[in-house]
Structures are given as C-alpha cells and as structure tokens.
Ligand binder design. Structure first.
Ligand code: M6R
Length: 359
C-alpha cells in the first residue's frame, strides 16, 4: 500500500536504498563474492558478444549495463530496442548470449525477440522483477531483481535494480574470465555507497521540488545533456520527465546539441546537465557555457569530484561505473515534482499502461 505517500512513484523512489541493500545481500556473500548460479556464468563465459534487449526504461538500464559489462568483462556488448530487433534481427557474432531486461517480464516487444532467440538456439537470461513472468519462463536463465512490486507506471526502483544486478553479473563474469578490474572491484562497498548516496539524495528531495517548481513546471520543453555514463542517464532522465509531466523532453549527448538541437534553446529553456565522467567533465562544462550564452536555465547535477560553486546538486561520492545509480535519483525526483506540482496523476500518466503487452 501507499501508506502515508500520496503517490507510489515517490514511495518507490524512496525505497531504492533498501533495494540496493537487499540486492547486495541476495547476490553477494560476506566476502563480496557474487552469488550467481554457476550455470549462468558457464554459459555466458563462452560468449564472444553480449546482446541486451529491452524497451523504455529497461532499455536505458541496458545502455548503462553495456558500459559496465565492457569495462569489467571485456566482452563487447550491444544494446538494442526489442521493438526494432524483433523484425530486423541483428547480425550475430559466432557465440552470442542474449540478456533481456524487463521489470514486468511481459513486454510484448521483448517477447518477440526472445521467441526468435529460442528458435535460433541462442542462450538467454532474463533479468526481471516478476518471478514466473513470461520472459522469465521462456528464457534459458532468470535472475530476479527483487525490487518489490513496482506500481507506478513510471519505472524507478526497477531501473536502479537492473543497473545493480547487471553489475553483479559483470563482476561474476569478469572474475571468471580473469579480468583484473573485476577482481579488484569492491562491489559490496560500491552498492553500500550507492544505498547511502541514494538515501542522502532522497533526504534532500525538497531541493529538487524547488528546482522543479522554478524551472520545469511552467516550461513546455526541457533538455538533459551528458556524456558517457551521463548520456545513458540523460536518456532515462528525459523519459522520466516527459512521461509523467507531459513536458517535451529530450536526452542528448552533450556535444551533439551544437549539431542541430541548440537552435531550440531560448531564454529560459531548461537544460539539466549531468557530470560524472572524469574524462569529459571539462568538455561538458564547455557545452553548458554554450547553452547558457543562448539563454538556457541550467540545472547542474554533478559528481562530488567535479563540483564547482553554483552547481545545484552535488552527488555523493561513487565509482564512475556505478554513478547512474545516483545520478538518476535527482532526475526521478524532478520528474515526480514536475508532475505532482502540475496537478497530474503521477502514478497513471495518460495513454500509458504499466506493462505493454501489445507490439
Ligand atoms: O516491464 P518492462 O521493463 O519490460 O517495461 C518496459 C517499458 O514499457 C517501461 O520501462 C516503460 O518505459 C516505463 N513506463 C518507463 O517508466
């Protein structure tokens, strides 16, 4: 039940520290070693390429997963929209392994891809929140998110759980493959830091409400920009805001704006800039300058190591590869408050269903 909450979305945002702790307990032992079915690791360690398929927010979690898998396992990883792959199956490597990300386990677009996957005899894993769901039953293997029921149409805790569970799998797989980065990775510590960091962010939610009221509620459009991991999060942040607030929002690779979209920036256009990537932080600062000089109102959400005076939200410290777990939270809160303060039904945005069982 919603308890004291007006909407499930906020309840589910607030539950994320607990989801991180629960996932860590479920999937890591006391020494921080992953507890993943060895059959799954046996099967994936034979793969020369990973293919992640999903829709919506789960697709965005896959974009984050790609960065994590490639860094900690060295296996090239592709991420695709299930709806596109279903009827235009991707070119395949010799030994592919497919991963399906789906909160509900019922998404029709993903089911089409899995059917074809099975027809071709390709091994697969579904990461889902729903035990016994169709995609779980039809894939070769399943890993459960264990995030607890997600009721709000806008997915929040399932996203962070998907990111964290992919990290668990990447660690287990990377260790099996002898990847040094994976061996030295203290994932238990990172998940604990994620839980604490998310807690700090949700405790500071009033600040996000103020930013949403000041910059978003009255705006017709908004942009999210970032590079690297932040680009992946920008796409999710934009989806979150548009789906619940009806503000037209796009997520962009920060440098791409100047290749066209910057023409949309007017006085007061909200641009939310995300900065966690050590390699490109300065370049993104440059992109912020470009939009500021065209009148944009910029909200800056910045990792602790890159913070400067005037940044709006400074994120608690975290490993760059896990930074999506923190960066997404202020974006979820901005979306929530933009919707609520516009007087909308946050949990049930118009035209949408919780699980999309048509193609
Ligand atoms: O249940 P799934 O994760 O397969 O659902 C995929 C999308 O339909 C879902 O993430 C959708 O985009 C959400 N409404 C986003 O908040």
């Amino acid at each position: 039940s919603k308890g004291a909450y007006e909407f499930y979305m906020l309840k589910e945002i607030d539950e994320q520290p607990g989801v991180m702790r629960h996932l860590s307990q479920n999937y890591l032992d006391n020494d921080g070693q992953p507890k993943v079915d060895s059959k799954i690791i046996d099967a994936i360690s034979k793969a020369d390429r990973l293919y992640i398929f999903a829709a919506g927010t789960s697709y965005h979690a896959g974009l984050v997963g790609k960065i994590i898998f490639e860094h900690y396992t060295g296996i090239p990883t592709e991420v695709g929209l299930a709806s596109e792959a279903g009827y235009h199956f991707p070119m395949m490597s010799k030994h592919p392994f497919f991963i399906f990300l789906t909160q509900s386990g019922e998404t029709a677009d993903s089911r089409v891809v899995l059917k074809e996957t099975n027809k071709r005899g390709i091994p697969s894993l579904t990461m889902t929140n729903v035990a016994g769901s169709t995609l779980s039953r039809e894939a070769t293997y399943t890993m459960l998110l264990g995030a607890g029921p997600e009721i709000a149409v806008a997915s929040t805790k399932a996203y962070t759980a998907q990111v964290a569970l992919q990290a668990v799998l990447a660690k287990a797989l990377g260790e099996r493959l002898g990847n040094k980065e994976a061996k030295n990775w203290d994932l238990r510590k990172d998940l604990a830091m994620a839980a604490e960091g998310i807690q700090q962010l949700v405790d500071g939610k009033e600040k996000l409400k103020k930013l949403a009221d000041k910059y978003l509620v009255k705006s017709r459009n908004a942009f999210y920009i970032g590079r690297g991991m932040d680009y992946a999060v920008a796409l999710e942040a934009a989806l979150k805001l548009k789906e619940v607030s009806y503000i037209q929002t796009e997520g962009f690779a920060a440098a791409e704006l100047k290749h066209g979209t910057i023409s949309l920036i007017e006085k007061g256009t909200p641009v939310v800039a995300l900065i966690n990537d050590p390699v490109t932080a300065d370049l993104t600062r440059g992109n912020i300058q470009e939009v500021v000089s065209r009148g944009a109102s910029v909200i800056k959400i910045v990792g602790k190591d890159f913070a400067e005076d005037g940044d709006d939200i400074v994120l608690p410290e975290i490993n760059y590869y896990m930074s999506a777990l923190l960066t997404v939270v202020p974006a979820q809160l901005l979306a929530y408050y933009a919707s609520k303060d516009k007087g909308l039904d946050v949990d049930k945005p118009r035209n949408l269903a919780k699980s999309v069982t048509v193609e």
